[in-house]
Design a protein around this ligand. Structure first.
Ligand SMILES: [Ca+2]
Length: 397
């Protein structure tokens, strides 16, 4: 079991709250305390607020420390201990082909398969993303998000697209999931117009139909496109009024005019009021924020139902976004193909598409993404965030 050092909240809150003493105890306790302090401060206006400092955080999701023990062989492979190990990765390693990964401790939570993957290929440019099984909405003069060939990532020519250059909202989201956790991976390309704008990046929520953007519990992250870009995490965990509590984490600027991978992991507390939820995000594979916190307040029994993709620009600025290879699961468990030979230096990775997953065997469809053919490395990330420390080498055709 690994415990990572969390990135502590910015000293100054979104509304210029007094600096909080840097906590040295469990961040979950700290986060709860911060939430108590800021109740009544938050509102749903779109001010970027105080600029946060930039601080890169940590390395990847988790690194194994090697397989341990002896005996317990499966197919000649050591399966003792709790570490993820890969014995074999057979099949045709070529985009769109099927491969089978065998080994041990791949995880067994039952939610490992993605609930949604979209590379937007085969979608007619200009048609709205409702035809891809997404729920879409737009506000004001902003048009619905569409399939588009203006930019695309990886293998293919089409991506999801939202033109919010005039500011406003063009939302793409997946509903009806009844999730205790969401892992979201997407490739993202954007540029802003005019002044640095508030950009709302991803949001997870319960869904009461009438208030699908704010139903409890919920977490939302917004990313400011200015020089002090940061992510604001808003664990909306209480039906208070105003209902939003603001929490900031420093965050590297997501560079404009290029494709970058964003990953998010949100886990609800196991029971209302418990301090065992999690909020993490990664930029191009580097962990940016890692917090455990109370993600459901007392009495909040609903689960998350929806994930929203980058969907809003405001505060005097606008932006245009594309997203591709969008992967959503209800578990942190996922399968990666990377250019680096160890998980701690995995370099560029592409999430693969499992169709079957047990503790010892994964069947998946190869997704080349932006990787080049040649020697690459397979990693299984288990639902606890652990991955095999050394990649299993394959040769991508
Ligand atoms: Ca595509």
């Amino acid at each position: 079991m690994s415990h990572r050092t969390p990135i502590l909240p910015n000293a100054t809150g979104r509304h210029g709250l007094p600096a909080l003493a840097a906590p040295h105890r469990l961040v979950s306790v700290t986060l709860a305390a911060v939430l108590t302090l800021v109740i009544g401060c938050g509102d749903d206006s779109e001010s970027p607020g105080a600029g946060g400092s930039t601080s890169a955080g940590g390395s990847g999701a988790a690194t194994g420390t090697g397989a341990g023990g002896s005996g317990g062989a499966a197919g000649g492979h050591d399966c003792t201990g709790e570490m993820v190990t890969i014995a074999d990765a057979a099949g045709s390693w070529s985009h769109g082909q099927e491969v089978t990964i065998t080994g041990c401790n791949f995880s067994t939570d039952g939610d490992e398969l993605p609930v949604k993957f979209d590379d937007f290929e085969g979608c007619d440019p200009g048609t709205d993303l409702g035809q891809r099984g997404w729920h879409v909405s737009a506000e004001g003069d902003t048009a619905l998000p569409t399939c588009d060939t203006g930019q695309s990532y990886g293998q293919g020519t089409v991506s999801g697209h939202a033109d919010m250059s005039g500011g406003g909202e063009a939302a793409t989201f997946l509903r009806g999931q009844d999730a205790m956790a969401f892992y979201v991976s997407l490739w993202f390309y954007y540029f802003t117009d005019g002044a640095p704008a508030t950009h709302k990046g991803v949001r997870v929520h319960a869904d009461d139909g009438a208030h699908q953007y704010t139903a409890y519990p919920g977490v939302f992250m917004q990313d400011y496109a200015g020089p002090n870009a940061r992510i604001t995490v808003e664990p909306m965990n209480e039906a208070s009024s105003p209902p939003v509590e603001w929490q900031s984490y420093s965050h590297s600027t997501v560079p404009q005019n290029g494709w970058h991978r964003l990953e998010y992991y949100f886990a609800l507390s196991q029971s209302p009021g418990a301090a065992d939820g999690a909020i993490r995000n990664w930029l191009d594979g580097t962990l940016e924020a890692d917090a455990q916190g109370v993600t459901r307040g007392d009495g909040v029994t609903d689960h998350w139902q929806l994930v929203m993709l980058p969907f809003y620009y405001g505060n005097g600025g606008g932006g245009t976004v594309w997203y591709d290879d969008v992967y959503i699961a209800k578990s942190l468990a996922h399968l990666e193909l990377c250019s680096g030979a160890t998980w701690s230096s995995k370099d560029t990775c592409q999430v693969q598409l499992p169709t079957s997953w047990t503790d010892t065997r994964i069947v998946a469809t190869v997704n080349q993404g932006g990787l080049s053919a040649g020697p690459l490395y397979v990693y299984v990330v288990a639902s606890n965030g652990q991955a095999n420390a050394t990649g299993h080498q394959i040769d991508l055709q």
